[in-house]
Unconditional design. Structure first.
Length: 220
């Protein structure tokens, strides 16, 4: 279906949502580099010229799709953090992080290619807008973290979020195995190397929390 030019905000939002859905499908199935601006237009039912009414590049589309998913996750994660009492064991924080991520599978699928998009295909203006949104969302999460762990505040709270994000990306990428890797990990000699997304991620986050707490202790 070809879209006619949108004349109201509601229709414009519907057009953008169609582009978001088409872009996500293509990025997930093909990766970032194999998706073109024109391919997104075709998938969404747009002409290429009509697409330029909404976005200027593939990189801009990706960042907008990711920002939308990230904002949804951050809101949900914040609500879940508010259920935790002060000083709760690191395991409970790690479990809530894991469950929040599993509740947003689209975000997980795009996380591994975020930095590829940011570093190679985005303009300075697009990066500024995206980073400002990210920092604002992360700042509100740091307040939730400091309420739970008063000794993890300011830069350390940001560090907890950044390291947890990196651990999530690495663990999710490792868990996306080819058929050949799945066969390999069935062999006894490689069982210890088999990735386990949930266990690997929660263990990593617990280690991060304990490490940040330990850094507050004076050296003997």
């Amino acid at each position: 279906m070809n879209w006619q030019r949108a004349r109201t905000d509601e229709k414009k939002n519907a057009r953008k949502e169609a582009i978001y859905q088409a872009a996500f499908t293509l990025f997930k199935n093909n990766g970032y580099d194999k998706v073109s601006f024109n391919a997104i237009a075709v998938e969404a039912g747009f002409t290429k010229s009509n697409m330029y009414r909404y976005f200027s590049s593939k990189g801009e589309i990706f960042l907008n799709v990711f920002a939308d998913l990230f904002e949804q996750w951050a809101g949900d994660f914040s609500l879940q953090l508010r259920t935790l009492e002060q000083g709760v064991a690191a395991k409970y924080f790690a479990d809530i992080w894991l469950n929040s991520m599993l509740s947003h599978p689209k975000l997980l699928d795009l996380m591994p290619i975020l930095f590829t998009s940011l570093e190679r295909n985005s303009s300075f203006e697009q990066l500024i807008e995206f980073k400002r949104l990210s920092v604002n969302l992360l700042y509100h999460l740091t307040l939730d973290i400091t309420r739970i762990y008063p000794d993890i505040e300011g830069e350390k709270a940001f560090k907890l979020l950044n390291l947890s994000y990196a651990a999530t990306t690495n663990s999710w990428t490792a868990a996306m195995q080819s058929d050949e890797l799945k066969k390999l990990y069935q062999l006894d000699e490689f069982q210890a190397l088999k990735p386990d997304f949930e266990t690997d991620l929660t263990t990593s986050i617990e280690i991060i929390i304990h490490g940040l707490k330990a850094s507050n202790q004076p050296n003997e």
